[in-house]
Design a protein around this ligand. Structure first.
Ligand code: NAG
Ligand code: NAG
Ligand code: NAG
Length: 982
């Protein structure tokens, strides 16, 4: 799964977590907030848009919950009788929303006495206004492994009609009771007598459910075509929502075959994981319906089951198809161009053919995550699958390539071989994230993806993993909330970073061999990280890349079971022929320092004369490494190309030598090392390991820098200063310095882009020009405003937009920021009218750039208003863009406080959007008053924060750190800024 909401949060977050893939600097993010969103691995936990089902997505619609069946009404551990309860206008979901704290350690794993072998699933979704429900039947063939008097499986928000159990001769097994255990989302079938070990039985269940508008389970989505609202049904099951669509053994380790049939209206189509075999007339009660029958699947986990019923159309290349709403189908050709190529690349890379007979990819208008890797039927948000030439920016090509490559990688890593339990989720997501860079690189090498990994994944993981509140990659999880909580940057970015590190110390070739062996040995089955370590150890020993007495497990356990990462401090020994290395855990705030954790660290070393060295720190806290003697003033550098997941600190003398080299001739270093030097030094200064004078002196060389990766790293770090300075009396000094750094490069890049530009030049231009406009460079603002005015004066602006797609974020934001109501209304109309999802995102973000307080207030209002034109799952984006605007920060926070209850009821108390909003509207606090005010608010409302509570506490931790930072460093930095060139 690729997640959305983390990216939204990161876009305004100052220090602790950075955006993924192709990072965009933070203030620039006010222009580019959503540009690469999604690229990434980041993103959106299920957006729990808790609305009652009467608040339907599309606007003209009436309440729709009349006569909706209610779920099995069990709310306690105790058995409750199964009774049919039909209520009006009560969302069945409401009862799941508030989970009390003591539930968290509830054992929610299914007993292993009964295992599913295969499912026959039949579903009839109704997509009529006033009746968004579905009927279903499932017949599950189960194996009994030990005698038991109950069959326990999952079911949530479903109304159970009938249940029966038969043995393999189809003789009835009598049922004593059927009950739901709401807290565990269990459906327990108590039998009158034991079913016996070794026997096979059929469990047959008839049920009903609601096609909800919460974007989870089996849900409904809608869009307009020719002014008509069209409805569709789709699924999103990961991690624990298959049970909302049919009763099932909903754990990743319980693989089974699925034979699915869907009834759909004659003028619609249905697609599922497997190919359609045939269609048959539906029964007389369903006159306008047809049954589509799909082939039986290979053994797979429930969370990968998927079906979509729509009137979409598709384009295909052989058995590879892309589906979209009719009027957007023209935007699907890029995905169809790269999809089959990436698939082919992976077949070779993994050494295993794609296991299914076909692959569909679908763009769904309402979608909580960025994308979801359902086997054979991958679902996407529109902007990460659809590309309109001449409208979408070139960077969206990269974003699409990454998301597609990520989901395709899962077809092997995750789908074919699946973690036994969510604890090893990182194996899925870390690998998909790592491999996504290879897949994207294979089809678009000019983007230099393997290098971009540094700024998009590694540095992002460093940010979060330096907090005391970080967690180990491999983490025990039990209930659904805990499971959903770990789809975070640690699983994705840190996971990918340590895999990359492993690839370097094992060599790519051996790593690749081990990977193939691992996949082949666990195909159609499940595995744990120790299985992977075992295979990689064998292969490493066979190929002599690891000493016989060392295992991969020994090394990797230090990275996956421990929190955080090491800071290696290197100093020259007095004799000058060795370097003394020390390791300790790196903390962003040094008051948390504890020095007991150590890692297996692959040390790489290079010096000014290109002497290179490698060594292991074997969990030692100190180690001496022999090196060639160096002269005074000669530099050396550790963690070459930042292949290791650790930071490095040096004595001041070596820092000065490195900076001297950067300033005299930075090209001596690889761009990755330049990015590393900036990121390490500025973070070390933040944490007080080195002085800001040293770190800021390192940034001076940027005047001569012309590569994207170091610029991205440098500006991303300097953005923290922007946040701290922007509301102070000394902002001019910051502004002057950054403009000094970028002025020459801005003049070179300018507004004139060409289709021949190297992709990284395109990214640099967005970074540099965006910064120039944000910081008020006159030429930049004039050009942006001119471009926008030309568009505004165009005859039919929805058709005729001459602004280069790559510059639109900047042009729109700058013109709206510089303009007034007229410019805003113009952009709003374009937002409503455009058929291109990327363009909608860009406009949605740019609309938050206004400097008019009332316009921003109205915008926030609309974000919480049904029928306003802003989809509910975009509310959080509106808050994020307003919060990123220096004029909007306080406004968004005050709006949050004033409208607390309204926000909660509109989005639902368990909405991930609420989490984003809390985070983004408090991200810029750096005064005591702000912190205290928020603390007071939190204290009064604590019980209402729900799943946003942890985020709120983190916000306070961050805000307090900001206050401390202001007290400690602000003056020093002002002084430094006063002495530098302008
Ligand atoms: C929805 O429509 C179907 C088919 O017309 C009907 O069988 C079902 O009872 C309806 N459900 C509700 C809740 O109205
Ligand atoms: C169930 O039992 C059958 C027959 O003994 C066996 O082939 C199959 O692998 C078993 N399936 C599971 C999931 O245990
Ligand atoms: C169901 O059976 C399993 C296996 O025999 C047992 O562990 C579990 O406690 C039973 N559950 C209930 C609710 O009786």
């Amino acid at each position: 799964m690729v997640r959305e909401n983390l990216v939204i949060m990161d876009s305004v977050t100052t220090k602790f977590a950075k955006r993924n893939l192709v990072q965009i600097s933070k203030p620039l993010a006010s222009f580019l907030l959503l540009l690469f969103v999604g690229c990434l691995v980041a993103t959106g936990l299920l957006v729990y848009n808790f609305s009652s089902c009467s608040e339907a997505k599309k606007f003209e619609e009436k309440p729709t919950c009349d006569r909706v069946p209610q779920e099995v009404p069990s709310t306690t551990e105790e058995a409750e009788p199964l009774t049919e309860v039909i209520t009006t206008t009560t969302s069945p979901v409401a009862s799941t929303s508030a989970k009390s704290a003591e539930d968290s350690d509830l054992d929610v794993r299914l007993p292993r006495a009964v295992l599913p072998q295969s499912y026959k699933l039949k579903l009839v979704p109704f997509l009529q206004e006033g009746n968004f429900t579905f009927n279903g039947e499932v017949e599950i063939l189960v194996n009994v492994t030990q005698a038991t008097n109950n069959i326990t499986l999952h079911s949530d928000d479903l109304f159970i009609d009938t249940v029966s159990v038969t043995d393999s001769n189809r003789d009835t097994v009598s049922i004593r009771d059927v009950r739901g255990v709401k807290k565990k989302q269990f459906l327990i079938i108590d039998l009158d007598e034991d079913v016996h070990a070794g026997g096979q039985y059929y469990v047959f269940i008839k049920f009903k459910g609601v096609l909800n508008d919460l974007l989870q389970g089996f849900y409904r989505s809608s869009y307009e075509e020719n002014n008509v609202t069209r409805w569709m049904a789709a699924t999103q099951f990961q991690a624990t929502d298959a049970r909302k669509s049919f009763p099932c053994f909903d754990e990743p380790g319980l693989k089974a075959r699925f034979q699915i049939s869907i009834a759909r209206l004659k003028n619609m189509t249905s697609i599922s994981n497997m190919r359609r075999v045939n269609s048959t007339e539906a029964e007389p009660e369903l006159p306008d319906y047809v049954w589509d029958h799909f082939e039986e699947s290979v053994p797979m986990s429930t969370y990968l089951v998927a079906y979509v019923v729509s009137d979409f159309e598709s384009i295909s290349d052989g058995s590879f198809s892309i589906w979209a709403r009719r009027s957007a189908l023209g935007q699907a050709s890029y995905s169809l161009e790269i999809g089959p190529k990436i698939l082919k690349y992976y077949e070779e890379f993994f050494g295993i053919e794609y296991p299914l007979p076909k692959l569909d990819m679908v763009a769904i208008p309402d979608f909580s995550a960025g994308a979801m890797e359902n086997w054979g039927l991958i679902t996407y948000r529109e902007p990460v699958l659809l590309y309109e030439k001449g409208v979408s920016s070139r960077s969206s090509l990269q974003r699409i390539a990454h998301v597609v490559a990520h989901e395709l990688a899962h077809q092997w890593f995750g789908n074919l071989v699946t973690p036994t339990w969510w604890t090893d989720l990182w194996l899925n997501e870390g690998f998909a994230t790592y491999v996504e860079f290879l897949g994207a690189y294979a089809v678009a090498p000019k983007w230099k993806d393997p290098d971009l990994f540094l700024v998009s994944e590694l540095h992002g993981a460093f940010g979060l993993d330096a907090l005391k509140s970080s967690h180990p990659i491999s983490i025990e999880v039990n209930n659904p909330d805990e499971v959903n909580d770990i789809f975070d940057r640690i699983s994705y970015s840190k996971g990918a970073s340590i895999i990359r590190m492993m690839q370097f110390f094992m060599t790519a070739e051996v790593f690749h061999k081990g990977l193939n062996k691992y996949l082949k040995s666990s195909m159609y089955s499940n595995a744990e990280q120790d299985d992977l370590w075992r295979t990689l150890t064998e292969v490493s020993h066979e190929n002599g890349v690891l000493e016989p007495d060392i295992t991969i497990k020994e090394i990797m356990d230090t990275w996956t079971l421990q929190t955080g990462y090491p800071l290696i401090t290197a100093r020259k020994a007095p004799q000058n022929n060795s370097v003394i290395l020390r390791q300790e855990r790196f903390y962003l705030h040094r008051d948390h320092v504890e020095n007991t954790t150590t890692w297996w660290v692959p040390i790489t070393y290079i010096d000014k004369y290109n002497n290179q060295k490698k060594a292991w720190m074997r969990k030692e806290s100190e180690k001496v490494m022999e090196v060639e003697p160096l002269q005074r003033g000669d530099w050396f550098l550790l963690n070459v190309n930042q292949t290791g997941y650790y930071r490095v600190n040096y004595e001041v003398e070596n820092w000065l030598a490195l900076i001297e080299q950067l300033r005299n001739s930075h090209l001596v270093f690889d761009p990755k090392n330049r990015a590393q030097l900036l990121d390490d030094s500025l973070n070390l200064a933040f944490s007080g390991y080195i002085s800001y004078d040293v770190a800021l002196n390192a940034t001076l060389y940027l005047v001569n820098e012309r590569e994207y990766i170091p610029w991205n790293s440098g500006l991303d770090n300097l953005d923290y200063l922007y946040d701290m300075f922007v509301r102070t009396a000394h902002f001019d000094k910051y502004k002057t310095y950054i403009l000094h750094l970028i002025r020459d490069y801005y003049a070179e890049l300018g507004f004139k882009d060409s289709t021949d530009d190297d992709p990284l030049v395109v990214l640099s231009r967005m970074e540099i020009v965006g910064k120039a406009c944000l910081l008020g460079l006159r030429d930049c603002i004039m050009q942006a405003v001119q471009h926008f005015q030309n568009w505004k004066n165009a005859a039919n602006p929805d058709r005729n937009n001459d602004i280069s797609p790559d510059l639109r974020e900047i042009v729109y934001c700058t013109a709206i920021s510089d303009g007034g109501q007229e410019e805003w209304e113009f952009a709003w109309q374009r937002y409503l009218n455009t058929n291109v999802a990327n363009e909608k995102e860009i406009l949605l973000t740019a609309l938050g750039c206004s400097k008019e307080t009332w316009i921003l207030s109205r915008y926030l209002e609309w974000a919480l208003t049904e029928n306003s034109g802003i989809r509910k799952h975009d509310s959080a984006r509106v808050f994020a863009t307003v919060s990123t605007n220096s004029i909007g920060q306080d406004l968004a926070y005050r709006f949050l406080k004033t409208n607390w209850n309204r926000i909660r009821s509109y989005l639902g108390p368990s909405s991930m959007s609420l989490v984003s909003i809390v985070k983004t509207s408090t991200a810029h606090f750096n005064t005591e008053e702000e912190v205290n005010d928020f603390k007071y608010f939190l204290k009064r409302k604590q019980s209402e924060f729900g799943i946003a509570l942890r985020t709120a506490q983190q916000s306070i931790e961050q805000a307090e750190a900001n206050v401390k930072w202001m007290n400690t460093y602000f003056k020093t930095i002002v002084q430094w800024l006063e002495t530098v060139p302008r």
